[in-house]
Design a protein around this ligand. Structure first.
Ligand code: UDP
Length: 317
């Protein structure tokens, strides 16, 4: 059996889909702070699936055998973790401790969903796993960056002290269906604006760079990493890098929108450049992203269009 913390969230729910498809039994633990059971509604009634509403910073009790613990619970959008800095720190520290404790008790393998944010505003480019990062612990992003850095240290401590089989995925910007329209990240923000004919808000001059990985590619990498034999952190992301301004133009092209682009001040500590070095994932997992940005955006746009057309969503989002 697999336990997925944060399984009602964007990436967690895509992971649940893949696990069920590949014949795993799945229990999701999620307190629904940023997750939503709508993301799992299609599994209702499946005997191999169970949802438990729980805050993973509390003691985790589950009867029966557990083979894999996938620790995905955490706010992940800068807007969310700015609003929830204490919960973000708690889930990265206490929540990771509880999830590791569960894995140890059950003799299960453990995978931590870590992040490219551990590199902060990087001074090495592209970022290999050997880079230690450049993080402002007391800045607005510190709650997320330090929580995940602590989570990585704790995960490795369980490997060193208890020989718990652990895996650490450093996830770079990922997008796709089920991102919340208002989660504040650049993909839903630009797509929602473009589809509504509202201006796209580019922060700074839009010269900061990101590279965007489609969720299906990312989840395949996550699965392979869990099944691999390495405890060391592994970058997972798409190495195709572009500026935020170029990305805004691509969104306008794919959606056929005539929205304007407007500029707003750059948030503090916003990383100026980010691109994963995925040499390790290529070798270790024989993995690399396959879905192009145009194709991934097309699939994501189709999903966002449906959401925007629904009257219910207009009221709830
Ligand atoms: N961004 C932007 N407009 C938005 C939202 C984000 O220009 O409406 C920029 C943001 O400043 C950052 C990049 O897009 O440089 C990616 O932001 P996101 O919040 O998706 O995640 P990050 O990669 O910063 O964690």
């Amino acid at each position: 059996m697999s336990v997925v913390t944060g399984g009602a969230g964007f990436l967690g729910s895509h992971l649940v889909d893949l696990l069920l498809e590949r014949g795993h039994r799945v229990v999701v633990l999620d307190n629904l702070v940023t997750g939503n059971t709508d993301n799992l509604a299609h599994h209702a009634g499946d005997a191999n699936f169970r949802f438990v509403r729980q805050d993973v910073t509390e003691y985790l009790y589950l009867p029966g055998r557990v083979d894999y613990v996938w620790h995905f619970a955490s706010p992940a959008s800068p807007v969310d973790y700015l609003e929830l800095p204490i919960q973000t720190l708690k889930v990265g520290s206490l929540g990771t401790h509880k999830a590791l404790g569960l894995a140890k008790h059950k003799g299960a393998r453990f995978l931590l969903a870590s992040t490219s944010e551990v590199y902060g505003d990087p001074q090495v480019h592209p970022q290999p796993e050997t880079y230690w990062g450049h993080v402002n612990a007391v800045g607005p992003r510190g709650c997320y960056d330090e929580a995940k850095r602590f989570a990585e240290a704790l995960t490795l401590a369980y490997w060193r002290e208890h020989r718990l089989p652990v895996r650490i995925a450093r996830i770079f910007n990922t997008y796709g269906p089920r991102m919340r329209l208002r989660d504040g990240r650049v993909v839903p923000s630009f797509l929602a604006a473009a589809l509504r004919g509202r201006p796209l808000t580019v922060y700074g001059e839009g010269q900061q760079t990101r590279s965007f990985c489609y969720c299906a590619d990312l989840i395949e990498g996550i699965y392979r990493l869990m099944m691999s034999g390495s405890a060391l952190p592994t970058n997972l992301g798409n190495p195709v890098e572009m500026s935020v301004l170029e990305f805004a133009r691509e969104v306008l092209r794919v959606t056929g929108s005539r929205s304007r682009i407007v500029f707003r001040p750059l948030p503090q500590d916003d990383p100026r450049q980010r691109r994963p070095d995925i040499t390790r994932a290529r070798k270790l997992l024989k993995w690399e992203p396959e879905v192009s940005l145009a194709e991934g955006l097309k699939r994501t746009v189709a999903w966002f269009r449906k959401r925007l057309d629904g009257a219910v969503d207009a009221a709830t989002e």
